[in-house]
Design a protein around this ligand. Structure first.
Ligand code: AMP
Ligand code: ZN
Length: 136
């Protein structure tokens, strides 16, 4: 448990949450500022900050839980689909530096909750150059 980490405190039962699921590895609970009804956070009980400092095998196990919890939400809620969101770093909007996956249930009619990433038409030459630079 990391000092002053809100999600560690929730995992330790020191701060209450609206629990959806718990097992040996993860805790899932409702986000207190939901994007949509049923917006759920899935956190590992052991503190890591985000995607990059979490061991890959642990990450794989967490994602298996995310899949199970999303399936549960999809059948238990009015839910036509869902978004998985996982922010890394303040620049990406991460406000709580403890790894967490957002599961955001969506309804066909729920256009008001669109996530406000904005697309722009890609320049094909720039995309080709960038892909070549990033490829590994
Ligand atoms: P992020 O911006 O990806 O770091 O998301 C953090 C999320 O945690 C936000 O959506 C908050 O609403 C949510 N949150 C913060 N504190 C709590 C809490 N005590 N219980 C449930 N959700 C929380
Ligand atoms: Zn923590």
């Amino acid at each position: 448990m990391k000092n002053n980490c809100v999600f560690c405190a929730i995992a330790a039962g020191e701060i209450p949450c609206f629990k959806v699921h718990e097992d040996d590895l993860v805790l899932a609970y409702l986000d207190i500022n939901p994007f949509t009804e049923g917006h759920t956070l899935v956190i590992p009980k052991t503190h890591t900050t985000g995607l990059l400092d979490t061991p890959p095998d642990v990450l794989g196990e967490i994602v298996k839980r995310v899949q199970k919890i999303a399936a549960r939400l999809k059948t238990a809620l009015p839910c036509d689909g869902f978004n998985i969101l996982q922010n890394n770093g303040p620049a990406a909007g991460q406000t709580v530096p403890h790894l967490h996956f957002h599961i955001v249930p969506r309804l066909g009619s729920n256009t008001a909750a669109d996530i406000s990433f904005v697309n722009h038409a890609g320049d094909m030459d720039s995309l080709k150059t960038l892909a070549a630079r990033l490829a590994f």
